[in-house]
Design a protein around this ligand. Structure first.
Ligand code: ADP
Ligand code: MG
Length: 536
Protein backbone atom coordinates (compact mmCIF):
# COMPACT_ATOMS: atom_id res chain seq x y z
CA UNK A 1 0.00 0.00 0.00
CA UNK A 2 1.06 3.58 -0.58
CA UNK A 3 1.13 5.66 2.58
CA UNK A 4 0.45 9.32 1.96
CA UNK A 5 -0.04 10.23 5.59
CA UNK A 6 2.34 9.91 8.52
CA UNK A 7 1.83 6.87 10.68
CA UNK A 8 -0.01 8.40 13.59
CA UNK A 9 -2.66 10.05 11.40
CA UNK A 10 -6.21 8.77 11.53
CA UNK A 11 -8.39 8.85 8.51
CA UNK A 12 -12.10 8.13 8.28
CA UNK A 13 -13.76 8.39 4.90
CA UNK A 14 -17.11 8.49 3.14
CA UNK A 15 -20.23 7.31 4.92
CA UNK A 16 -18.38 6.47 8.10
CA UNK A 17 -17.04 9.99 8.42
CA UNK A 18 -20.48 11.42 7.84
CA UNK A 19 -22.26 9.13 10.28
CA UNK A 20 -19.71 9.59 13.04
CA UNK A 21 -19.88 13.36 12.74
CA UNK A 22 -23.65 13.32 12.79
CA UNK A 23 -23.63 11.05 15.79
CA UNK A 24 -21.28 13.33 17.72
CA UNK A 25 -23.37 16.39 16.91
CA UNK A 26 -26.56 14.62 17.95
CA UNK A 27 -25.02 13.56 21.22
CA UNK A 28 -24.27 17.18 22.01
CA UNK A 29 -27.86 18.18 21.19
CA UNK A 30 -29.19 15.34 23.33
CA UNK A 31 -27.13 16.54 26.27
CA UNK A 32 -28.73 19.98 26.40
CA UNK A 33 -32.20 18.91 25.25
CA UNK A 34 -33.47 18.21 28.75
CA UNK A 35 -32.77 21.80 29.83
CA UNK A 36 -35.00 23.42 27.19
CA UNK A 37 -37.90 25.52 28.33
CA UNK A 38 -39.42 26.51 31.65
CA UNK A 39 -39.69 22.92 32.86
CA UNK A 40 -36.21 22.01 31.67
CA UNK A 41 -33.88 20.52 34.25
CA UNK A 42 -30.60 21.95 35.44
CA UNK A 43 -27.18 20.41 35.11
CA UNK A 44 -24.53 20.23 37.76
CA UNK A 45 -21.08 20.62 36.30
CA UNK A 46 -17.94 19.89 38.25
CA UNK A 47 -14.66 21.07 36.76
CA UNK A 48 -11.17 19.61 37.24
CA UNK A 49 -10.65 21.80 40.30
CA UNK A 50 -13.88 20.59 41.85
CA UNK A 51 -15.71 23.89 41.32
CA UNK A 52 -19.42 23.40 40.89
CA UNK A 53 -21.71 25.20 38.46
CA UNK A 54 -25.44 24.56 38.48
CA UNK A 55 -27.09 25.83 35.35
CA UNK A 56 -29.82 25.58 32.77
CA UNK A 57 -27.98 27.67 30.23
CA UNK A 58 -27.01 25.88 27.01
CA UNK A 59 -23.82 27.72 26.25
CA UNK A 60 -22.54 27.48 29.82
CA UNK A 61 -23.06 23.72 29.86
CA UNK A 62 -21.29 23.20 26.56
CA UNK A 63 -18.43 25.50 27.50
CA UNK A 64 -17.80 23.66 30.74
CA UNK A 65 -17.89 20.26 29.08
CA UNK A 66 -14.65 20.82 27.14
CA UNK A 67 -15.75 18.57 24.30
CA UNK A 68 -13.11 16.90 22.22
CA UNK A 69 -14.74 15.66 19.02
CA UNK A 70 -14.42 18.15 16.10
CA UNK A 71 -18.09 17.89 15.08
CA UNK A 72 -19.11 18.29 18.72
CA UNK A 73 -16.95 21.39 18.89
CA UNK A 74 -18.78 22.81 15.89
CA UNK A 75 -22.01 22.47 17.84
CA UNK A 76 -20.48 24.38 20.73
CA UNK A 77 -19.57 27.09 18.26
CA UNK A 78 -23.23 27.57 17.32
CA UNK A 79 -24.14 28.06 20.94
CA UNK A 80 -21.40 30.66 21.21
CA UNK A 81 -22.48 32.47 18.05
CA UNK A 82 -26.04 32.53 19.30
CA UNK A 83 -24.85 33.89 22.65
CA UNK A 84 -22.79 36.61 20.97
CA UNK A 85 -25.43 37.61 18.44
CA UNK A 86 -28.51 37.57 20.63
CA UNK A 87 -27.55 36.49 24.12
CA UNK A 88 -30.31 33.88 24.39
CA UNK A 89 -31.74 30.91 22.54
CA UNK A 90 -28.57 28.84 22.79
CA UNK A 91 -30.30 25.58 23.67
CA UNK A 92 -32.82 26.08 20.88
CA UNK A 93 -30.06 26.56 18.31
CA UNK A 94 -28.17 23.45 19.38
CA UNK A 95 -31.27 21.26 19.61
CA UNK A 96 -32.37 22.45 16.18
CA UNK A 97 -29.02 21.64 14.62
CA UNK A 98 -29.14 18.17 16.21
CA UNK A 99 -32.60 17.53 14.81
CA UNK A 100 -31.65 18.80 11.35
CA UNK A 101 -28.81 16.31 11.30
CA UNK A 102 -30.91 13.48 12.71
CA UNK A 103 -33.50 14.02 9.99
CA UNK A 104 -30.81 14.37 7.33
CA UNK A 105 -29.52 10.96 8.34
CA UNK A 106 -32.88 9.41 7.48
CA UNK A 107 -32.75 11.05 4.07
CA UNK A 108 -29.21 9.81 3.56
CA UNK A 109 -30.53 6.32 4.26
CA UNK A 110 -32.97 6.84 1.41
CA UNK A 111 -30.00 7.59 -0.83
CA UNK A 112 -30.63 11.29 -1.12
CA UNK A 113 -27.45 13.14 -1.82
CA UNK A 114 -26.16 15.42 0.96
CA UNK A 115 -25.99 18.37 -1.40
CA UNK A 116 -29.69 18.01 -2.18
CA UNK A 117 -30.47 17.93 1.52
CA UNK A 118 -28.31 20.99 2.09
CA UNK A 119 -30.05 22.86 -0.72
CA UNK A 120 -33.47 21.94 0.63
CA UNK A 121 -32.50 23.09 4.12
CA UNK A 122 -31.22 26.39 2.79
CA UNK A 123 -34.41 27.01 0.83
CA UNK A 124 -36.50 26.10 3.86
CA UNK A 125 -34.51 28.51 6.02
CA UNK A 126 -35.05 31.37 3.56
CA UNK A 127 -38.76 30.63 3.58
CA UNK A 128 -38.73 30.42 7.37
CA UNK A 129 -37.33 33.96 7.64
CA UNK A 130 -40.13 35.21 5.40
CA UNK A 131 -42.77 33.45 7.48
CA UNK A 132 -41.27 34.74 10.71
CA UNK A 133 -41.39 38.24 9.35
CA UNK A 134 -45.06 37.80 8.45
CA UNK A 135 -46.10 36.51 11.85
CA UNK A 136 -44.03 39.02 13.84
CA UNK A 137 -45.56 41.76 15.91
CA UNK A 138 -43.96 45.20 15.99
CA UNK A 139 -42.66 46.57 19.23
CA UNK A 140 -41.25 49.88 20.44
CA UNK A 141 -39.70 51.28 23.59
CA UNK A 142 -42.97 52.74 24.86
CA UNK A 143 -44.51 49.27 25.16
CA UNK A 144 -42.95 48.68 28.54
CA UNK A 145 -45.42 45.95 29.51
CA UNK A 146 -44.66 43.92 26.43
CA UNK A 147 -40.93 44.40 26.99
CA UNK A 148 -41.31 43.22 30.55
CA UNK A 149 -43.04 40.10 29.33
CA UNK A 150 -40.15 39.38 26.99
CA UNK A 151 -37.70 39.60 29.87
CA UNK A 152 -39.93 37.37 31.97
CA UNK A 153 -40.20 34.79 29.19
CA UNK A 154 -36.41 34.75 28.95
CA UNK A 155 -36.07 34.15 32.69
CA UNK A 156 -38.84 31.58 33.10
CA UNK A 157 -37.56 28.39 34.67
CA UNK A 158 -34.14 29.82 35.51
CA UNK A 159 -32.63 30.53 38.89
CA UNK A 160 -34.25 33.97 38.82
CA UNK A 161 -37.77 32.51 38.74
CA UNK A 162 -38.90 33.67 42.19
CA UNK A 163 -38.14 37.35 41.61
CA UNK A 164 -38.53 37.47 37.88
CA UNK A 165 -41.16 40.19 37.85
CA UNK A 166 -38.99 42.60 39.80
CA UNK A 167 -35.90 41.66 37.80
CA UNK A 168 -37.77 42.07 34.51
CA UNK A 169 -38.73 45.61 35.54
CA UNK A 170 -35.11 46.45 36.34
CA UNK A 171 -33.88 44.94 33.08
CA UNK A 172 -36.38 46.92 31.01
CA UNK A 173 -35.43 50.09 32.85
CA UNK A 174 -31.74 49.35 32.31
CA UNK A 175 -32.08 48.63 28.59
CA UNK A 176 -34.32 51.68 28.13
CA UNK A 177 -31.64 53.70 29.92
CA UNK A 178 -28.91 52.77 27.47
CA UNK A 179 -30.95 52.60 24.24
CA UNK A 180 -30.29 55.31 21.67
CA UNK A 181 -32.13 55.99 18.46
CA UNK A 182 -29.99 56.00 15.33
CA UNK A 183 -31.51 56.48 11.89
CA UNK A 184 -34.94 55.53 13.19
CA UNK A 185 -33.69 52.31 14.77
CA UNK A 186 -32.93 51.54 18.37
CA UNK A 187 -29.37 50.70 19.17
CA UNK A 188 -28.62 49.08 22.51
CA UNK A 189 -25.05 48.96 23.74
CA UNK A 190 -25.44 46.38 26.48
CA UNK A 191 -21.85 46.89 27.61
CA UNK A 192 -23.10 50.11 29.20
CA UNK A 193 -24.92 47.96 31.72
CA UNK A 194 -22.47 46.73 34.31
CA UNK A 195 -23.43 43.60 36.18
CA UNK A 196 -21.99 43.55 39.68
CA UNK A 197 -22.57 40.61 41.99
CA UNK A 198 -22.80 40.88 45.75
CA UNK A 199 -23.37 37.95 48.05
CA UNK A 200 -25.81 38.49 50.88
CA UNK A 201 -29.45 39.58 51.10
CA UNK A 202 -31.91 38.13 48.61
CA UNK A 203 -32.32 38.07 44.84
CA UNK A 204 -35.38 40.31 45.21
CA UNK A 205 -33.16 43.07 46.59
CA UNK A 206 -31.24 43.35 43.34
CA UNK A 207 -31.10 47.01 42.35
CA UNK A 208 -30.39 49.27 39.42
CA UNK A 209 -28.00 52.13 40.05
CA UNK A 210 -27.45 55.07 37.73
CA UNK A 211 -23.68 54.95 37.68
CA UNK A 212 -20.94 52.45 38.36
CA UNK A 213 -20.68 50.28 41.44
CA UNK A 214 -17.44 48.48 42.24
CA UNK A 215 -16.82 45.86 44.84
CA UNK A 216 -13.95 47.64 46.62
CA UNK A 217 -13.33 49.91 49.57
CA UNK A 218 -11.16 52.93 50.17
CA UNK A 219 -7.66 52.11 51.31
CA UNK A 220 -7.45 54.26 54.44
CA UNK A 221 -10.07 54.96 57.11
CA UNK A 222 -9.04 58.63 57.33
CA UNK A 223 -10.06 59.22 53.74
CA UNK A 224 -13.46 60.84 53.20
CA UNK A 225 -16.27 58.32 52.84
CA UNK A 226 -17.99 60.52 50.35
CA UNK A 227 -16.71 62.97 47.74
CA UNK A 228 -19.10 65.36 46.01
CA UNK A 229 -18.25 66.82 42.63
CA UNK A 230 -15.66 64.12 42.13
CA UNK A 231 -12.66 64.58 39.85
CA UNK A 232 -11.49 61.06 39.20
CA UNK A 233 -8.02 59.88 38.28
CA UNK A 234 -7.84 56.38 36.81
CA UNK A 235 -4.37 54.89 37.17
CA UNK A 236 -3.12 51.61 35.83
CA UNK A 237 0.27 52.04 37.47
CA UNK A 238 1.09 51.41 41.11
CA UNK A 239 1.56 54.23 43.58
CA UNK A 240 4.55 52.39 44.96
CA UNK A 241 8.29 52.39 44.55
CA UNK A 242 9.26 49.86 41.95
CA UNK A 243 11.10 46.99 43.49
CA UNK A 244 14.35 46.37 41.62
CA UNK A 245 14.04 43.86 38.80
CA UNK A 246 17.23 42.02 39.64
CA UNK A 247 18.94 41.42 42.96
CA UNK A 248 20.38 44.73 43.91
CA UNK A 249 22.73 45.27 46.78
CA UNK A 250 22.78 48.55 48.61
CA UNK A 251 25.69 49.08 50.92
CA UNK A 252 24.78 51.00 53.99
CA UNK A 253 27.58 51.61 56.45
CA UNK A 254 26.05 53.86 59.07
CA UNK A 255 22.62 54.82 60.49
CA UNK A 256 22.61 58.19 58.71
CA UNK A 257 22.78 56.51 55.36
CA UNK A 258 19.83 54.29 56.24
CA UNK A 259 17.86 57.31 57.38
CA UNK A 260 18.67 59.14 54.14
CA UNK A 261 17.65 56.13 52.11
CA UNK A 262 14.26 55.83 53.84
CA UNK A 263 13.66 59.55 53.55
CA UNK A 264 14.44 59.37 49.88
CA UNK A 265 11.84 56.63 49.44
CA UNK A 266 9.25 58.59 51.34
CA UNK A 267 9.98 61.66 49.28
CA UNK A 268 9.35 59.79 46.04
CA UNK A 269 5.95 58.64 47.30
CA UNK A 270 5.14 62.09 48.64
CA UNK A 271 5.98 63.56 45.23
CA UNK A 272 3.68 61.08 43.54
CA UNK A 273 0.83 62.10 45.81
CA UNK A 274 1.71 65.73 45.26
CA UNK A 275 1.34 65.21 41.49
CA UNK A 276 -2.07 63.67 42.00
CA UNK A 277 -3.05 66.62 44.18
CA UNK A 278 -1.71 69.09 41.62
CA UNK A 279 -3.90 67.60 38.89
CA UNK A 280 -6.97 68.49 40.91
CA UNK A 281 -8.07 64.91 41.48
CA UNK A 282 -10.02 64.19 44.65
CA UNK A 283 -10.61 60.52 43.84
CA UNK A 284 -7.97 58.01 42.75
CA UNK A 285 -8.99 54.63 41.45
CA UNK A 286 -5.97 52.48 40.89
CA UNK A 287 -5.67 49.19 39.06
CA UNK A 288 -2.50 48.27 40.94
CA UNK A 289 -1.27 48.72 44.49
CA UNK A 290 -0.95 51.80 46.70
CA UNK A 291 1.92 51.90 49.20
CA UNK A 292 1.10 52.42 52.90
CA UNK A 293 3.01 55.68 53.00
CA UNK A 294 1.25 56.94 49.88
CA UNK A 295 -2.07 55.95 51.46
CA UNK A 296 -1.24 58.08 54.45
CA UNK A 297 -0.39 61.12 52.34
CA UNK A 298 -3.45 60.66 50.16
CA UNK A 299 -5.64 60.54 53.26
CA UNK A 300 -3.92 63.65 54.59
CA UNK A 301 -4.72 65.43 51.34
CA UNK A 302 -8.38 64.43 51.68
CA UNK A 303 -8.27 62.26 48.58
CA UNK A 304 -10.48 59.17 48.28
CA UNK A 305 -8.48 56.22 46.93
CA UNK A 306 -9.11 52.57 46.12
CA UNK A 307 -6.70 50.00 44.72
CA UNK A 308 -6.53 46.73 42.78
CA UNK A 309 -9.58 47.52 40.67
CA UNK A 310 -10.25 45.05 37.86
CA UNK A 311 -9.25 46.13 34.34
CA UNK A 312 -12.81 45.60 33.15
CA UNK A 313 -14.11 47.92 35.84
CA UNK A 314 -11.44 50.50 35.00
CA UNK A 315 -12.64 50.54 31.40
CA UNK A 316 -16.26 50.87 32.48
CA UNK A 317 -15.26 53.73 34.80
CA UNK A 318 -13.38 55.45 32.00
CA UNK A 319 -16.38 55.23 29.71
CA UNK A 320 -18.76 56.41 32.40
CA UNK A 321 -16.79 59.33 33.81
CA UNK A 322 -14.93 60.42 30.70
CA UNK A 323 -11.57 59.82 32.37
CA UNK A 324 -8.51 58.55 30.54
CA UNK A 325 -6.69 55.63 32.10
CA UNK A 326 -3.16 56.82 32.81
CA UNK A 327 -0.17 54.54 33.11
CA UNK A 328 2.34 57.10 34.33
CA UNK A 329 1.62 59.53 37.13
CA UNK A 330 3.56 62.22 35.24
CA UNK A 331 0.88 62.20 32.55
CA UNK A 332 -1.74 63.21 35.10
CA UNK A 333 -3.39 66.58 34.48
CA UNK A 334 -6.83 68.10 34.90
CA UNK A 335 -7.92 67.13 31.38
CA UNK A 336 -7.50 63.38 31.83
CA UNK A 337 -9.69 63.33 34.93
CA UNK A 338 -13.22 61.96 34.88
CA UNK A 339 -16.23 63.56 36.46
CA UNK A 340 -19.04 62.29 38.66
CA UNK A 341 -21.45 64.07 40.95
CA UNK A 342 -20.57 61.75 43.81
CA UNK A 343 -18.23 58.97 44.83
CA UNK A 344 -19.27 57.22 47.99
CA UNK A 345 -18.38 54.16 49.98
CA UNK A 346 -21.33 52.27 51.39
CA UNK A 347 -20.83 49.67 54.08
CA UNK A 348 -22.61 46.37 53.79
CA UNK A 349 -21.97 44.17 56.77
CA UNK A 350 -18.26 43.45 56.83
CA UNK A 351 -17.63 44.66 53.32
CA UNK A 352 -18.11 47.81 51.32
CA UNK A 353 -19.05 48.92 47.84
CA UNK A 354 -18.00 52.07 46.06
CA UNK A 355 -20.76 53.92 44.22
CA UNK A 356 -19.79 56.33 41.45
CA UNK A 357 -22.99 58.17 40.59
CA UNK A 358 -24.05 61.16 38.54
CA UNK A 359 -21.48 60.24 35.91
CA UNK A 360 -20.63 62.44 32.97
CA UNK A 361 -22.07 59.77 30.68
CA UNK A 362 -25.66 59.22 31.89
CA UNK A 363 -25.81 55.93 29.97
CA UNK A 364 -23.65 54.16 32.52
CA UNK A 365 -25.73 51.84 34.68
CA UNK A 366 -25.06 49.06 37.15
CA UNK A 367 -27.32 46.18 38.02
CA UNK A 368 -26.27 45.11 41.48
CA UNK A 369 -27.25 41.47 41.65
CA UNK A 370 -27.80 40.08 45.10
CA UNK A 371 -28.46 36.57 46.31
CA UNK A 372 -27.81 34.20 49.17
CA UNK A 373 -25.06 32.07 47.69
CA UNK A 374 -22.59 32.30 44.85
CA UNK A 375 -24.30 29.54 42.86
CA UNK A 376 -27.60 31.36 43.07
CA UNK A 377 -26.08 34.70 42.06
CA UNK A 378 -24.24 33.17 39.12
CA UNK A 379 -27.37 31.53 37.75
CA UNK A 380 -29.39 34.72 38.31
CA UNK A 381 -26.70 36.62 36.44
CA UNK A 382 -27.01 34.26 33.47
CA UNK A 383 -30.79 34.65 33.50
CA UNK A 384 -30.44 38.44 33.65
CA UNK A 385 -28.01 38.36 30.73
CA UNK A 386 -30.57 36.38 28.72
CA UNK A 387 -33.22 38.94 29.62
CA UNK A 388 -31.03 41.89 28.65
CA UNK A 389 -30.06 40.19 25.37
CA UNK A 390 -33.69 39.47 24.54
CA UNK A 391 -34.96 42.98 25.16
CA UNK A 392 -32.06 44.47 23.25
CA UNK A 393 -32.73 42.13 20.32
CA UNK A 394 -36.46 42.85 20.40
CA UNK A 395 -35.89 46.62 20.41
CA UNK A 396 -33.18 46.62 17.76
CA UNK A 397 -35.23 44.59 15.33
CA UNK A 398 -38.51 46.02 16.52
CA UNK A 399 -40.11 42.62 16.11
CA UNK A 400 -41.32 39.86 18.38
CA UNK A 401 -43.07 36.51 17.99
CA UNK A 402 -45.08 34.24 20.24
CA UNK A 403 -43.09 31.74 22.29
CA UNK A 404 -44.08 28.50 23.96
CA UNK A 405 -43.79 26.71 20.62
CA UNK A 406 -46.48 28.83 18.94
CA UNK A 407 -44.23 30.29 16.29
CA UNK A 408 -42.57 26.93 15.63
CA UNK A 409 -45.91 25.22 15.04
CA UNK A 410 -46.86 27.96 12.61
CA UNK A 411 -43.48 27.77 10.89
CA UNK A 412 -43.68 24.00 10.49
CA UNK A 413 -47.19 24.21 9.10
CA UNK A 414 -46.38 26.92 6.56
CA UNK A 415 -43.14 25.21 5.56
CA UNK A 416 -44.99 21.99 4.77
CA UNK A 417 -47.33 23.98 2.55
CA UNK A 418 -44.32 25.52 0.87
CA UNK A 419 -42.74 22.08 0.38
CA UNK A 420 -45.63 20.92 -1.78
CA UNK A 421 -44.68 23.54 -4.36
CA UNK A 422 -41.09 22.27 -4.63
CA UNK A 423 -39.36 19.49 -6.56
CA UNK A 424 -39.55 15.91 -5.27
CA UNK A 425 -36.29 15.41 -3.41
CA UNK A 426 -35.99 18.93 -2.10
CA UNK A 427 -39.53 18.59 -0.88
CA UNK A 428 -38.38 15.78 1.38
CA UNK A 429 -35.61 17.95 2.78
CA UNK A 430 -37.98 20.86 3.41
CA UNK A 431 -40.34 18.54 5.25
CA UNK A 432 -37.43 17.23 7.28
CA UNK A 433 -36.62 20.84 8.16
CA UNK A 434 -40.23 21.47 9.21
CA UNK A 435 -40.10 18.39 11.44
CA UNK A 436 -36.92 19.69 13.05
CA UNK A 437 -38.58 23.05 13.82
CA UNK A 438 -41.56 21.22 15.28
CA UNK A 439 -39.25 19.39 17.66
CA UNK A 440 -39.02 22.55 19.76
CA UNK A 441 -42.63 22.46 21.04
CA UNK A 442 -42.31 18.67 21.16
CA UNK A 443 -39.36 18.87 23.54
CA UNK A 444 -40.96 21.68 25.56
CA UNK A 445 -43.93 19.35 26.14
CA UNK A 446 -41.74 16.32 26.84
CA UNK A 447 -39.66 18.20 29.39
CA UNK A 448 -42.86 19.15 31.19
CA UNK A 449 -43.99 15.54 31.32
CA UNK A 450 -46.76 16.01 28.76
CA UNK A 451 -47.57 13.73 25.87
CA UNK A 452 -45.88 15.35 22.86
CA UNK A 453 -48.09 13.66 20.26
CA UNK A 454 -51.33 14.89 21.85
CA UNK A 455 -49.92 18.36 22.27
CA UNK A 456 -48.59 18.72 18.73
CA UNK A 457 -51.82 17.40 17.23
CA UNK A 458 -53.94 19.79 19.28
CA UNK A 459 -51.67 22.75 18.53
CA UNK A 460 -51.67 22.00 14.81
CA UNK A 461 -55.47 21.84 14.75
CA UNK A 462 -55.68 25.20 16.53
CA UNK A 463 -53.31 26.77 14.06
CA UNK A 464 -55.27 25.37 11.12
CA UNK A 465 -58.24 27.16 12.67
CA UNK A 466 -56.27 30.36 12.46
CA UNK A 467 -55.33 30.61 16.13
CA UNK A 468 -51.81 31.67 15.23
CA UNK A 469 -50.68 32.35 18.78
CA UNK A 470 -51.84 29.04 20.23
CA UNK A 471 -48.90 27.57 22.11
CA UNK A 472 -47.82 26.12 25.42
CA UNK A 473 -48.01 27.94 28.70
CA UNK A 474 -46.11 25.57 30.90
CA UNK A 475 -46.55 27.76 33.93
CA UNK A 476 -50.28 27.12 33.89
CA UNK A 477 -51.59 24.49 36.28
CA UNK A 478 -53.88 22.97 33.68
CA UNK A 479 -55.03 23.87 30.17
CA UNK A 480 -51.46 24.32 29.07
CA UNK A 481 -52.51 25.14 25.51
CA UNK A 482 -53.21 28.85 25.52
CA UNK A 483 -53.06 32.02 23.52
CA UNK A 484 -49.39 32.75 24.25
CA UNK A 485 -49.72 36.39 23.27
CA UNK A 486 -52.34 36.88 25.97
CA UNK A 487 -50.28 34.83 28.40
CA UNK A 488 -47.33 37.15 27.74
CA UNK A 489 -44.98 34.48 26.40
CA UNK A 490 -43.15 36.56 23.87
CA UNK A 491 -39.70 36.40 22.34
CA UNK A 492 -37.69 38.53 19.95
CA UNK A 493 -37.92 37.37 16.32
CA UNK A 494 -34.16 37.69 16.11
CA UNK A 495 -33.63 34.73 18.50
CA UNK A 496 -35.58 32.46 16.21
CA UNK A 497 -33.92 33.76 13.06
CA UNK A 498 -30.44 33.45 14.47
CA UNK A 499 -31.13 29.97 15.87
CA UNK A 500 -32.28 28.76 12.46
CA UNK A 501 -29.39 30.46 10.72
CA UNK A 502 -26.66 28.96 12.86
CA UNK A 503 -28.33 25.54 13.00
CA UNK A 504 -28.62 25.32 9.21
CA UNK A 505 -25.07 26.51 8.74
CA UNK A 506 -23.58 23.89 10.97
CA UNK A 507 -25.83 21.11 9.67
CA UNK A 508 -24.83 21.94 6.13
CA UNK A 509 -21.18 22.05 7.04
CA UNK A 510 -21.27 18.68 8.78
CA UNK A 511 -23.23 17.12 5.90
CA UNK A 512 -20.62 18.22 3.41
CA UNK A 513 -17.75 16.47 5.16
CA UNK A 514 -16.87 13.06 3.73
CA UNK A 515 -13.32 12.69 4.92
CA UNK A 516 -11.79 13.25 8.33
CA UNK A 517 -8.03 13.37 8.48
CA UNK A 518 -6.84 13.74 12.02
CA UNK A 519 -3.28 14.19 13.17
CA UNK A 520 -2.29 12.04 16.12
CA UNK A 521 -2.29 13.91 19.38
CA UNK A 522 1.09 15.46 20.11
CA UNK A 523 2.84 14.35 23.30
CA UNK A 524 2.44 17.61 25.16
CA UNK A 525 -1.29 17.91 24.65
CA UNK A 526 -1.99 14.31 25.60
CA UNK A 527 -0.45 14.64 29.06
CA UNK A 528 -3.33 17.09 29.35
CA UNK A 529 -5.86 18.00 32.02
CA UNK A 530 -4.42 21.51 31.98
CA UNK A 531 -1.69 20.59 34.46
CA UNK A 532 1.73 22.13 33.98
CA UNK A 533 4.37 19.54 33.07
CA UNK A 534 5.83 18.18 36.23
CA UNK A 535 9.54 18.10 36.78
CA UNK A 536 9.61 15.82 39.76
P1 ADP B 1 -32.77 28.72 25.19
O1 ADP B 1 -31.38 28.50 25.68
O2 ADP B 1 -32.95 28.22 23.81
O3 ADP B 1 -33.23 30.12 25.37
P2 ADP B 1 -34.61 28.08 27.29
O4 ADP B 1 -34.42 27.00 28.29
O5 ADP B 1 -34.49 29.48 27.73
O6 ADP B 1 -33.68 27.78 26.07
O7 ADP B 1 -36.07 27.85 26.68
C1 ADP B 1 -36.61 28.67 25.70
C2 ADP B 1 -37.93 28.11 25.23
O8 ADP B 1 -38.88 28.09 26.28
C3 ADP B 1 -38.52 28.98 24.14
O9 ADP B 1 -38.95 28.17 23.08
C4 ADP B 1 -39.67 29.67 24.83
O10 ADP B 1 -40.72 30.01 23.95
C5 ADP B 1 -40.11 28.65 25.83
N1 ADP B 1 -40.87 29.22 26.95
C6 ADP B 1 -40.55 30.27 27.73
N2 ADP B 1 -41.51 30.50 28.67
C7 ADP B 1 -42.46 29.56 28.46
C8 ADP B 1 -43.72 29.24 29.10
N3 ADP B 1 -44.17 29.95 30.13
N4 ADP B 1 -44.42 28.19 28.62
C9 ADP B 1 -43.93 27.47 27.59
N5 ADP B 1 -42.79 27.70 26.96
C10 ADP B 1 -42.05 28.74 27.38
MG1 MG C 1 -33.59 31.23 27.05
Amino acid sequence: PILILPENYQRIMGKDAQRLNIMAARLVADTVKSTLGPKGRDKMLVDTLGDVTITNDGVTILNEMELDHPAAKMMVEIAKTQEDEVGDGTTTAVVLAGKLLENAEKLLDEKIHPSVIARGYRKAAEEAYRILDQISIEIDLNQKDLLKQIAMTAMTGKGAEASKEKLAELIVEAVAGVAVKQANKWKVDTTNIKLEKKKGRSVGETELIKGIVIDKERVHPDMPEQVKDAKIALLDCAIEIKSPETDTKININNPDQLQAFLEQEEKILRDMVEKIKQSGANVVLCQKGIDDIAQYYLAKAGIFAARRIKREDMEKLAKATGARIISNINELSSNVLGKAAEVKEIKEGEESLIYVTGCENPKALTLLIRGGTEHVIDEVERAIKDGIGDIAAALEEGKVVCGGGACEIELARKLREYATQQKGREQLAINAFADAIESIPRILAENAGLDPIDIITELTVRHENNELSAGLNLEAEEEVIQDTLKAGIIEPTKIKEQAIKSAVEVAEMILRIDDVIAAGKSESSSTGQGMPPSEY
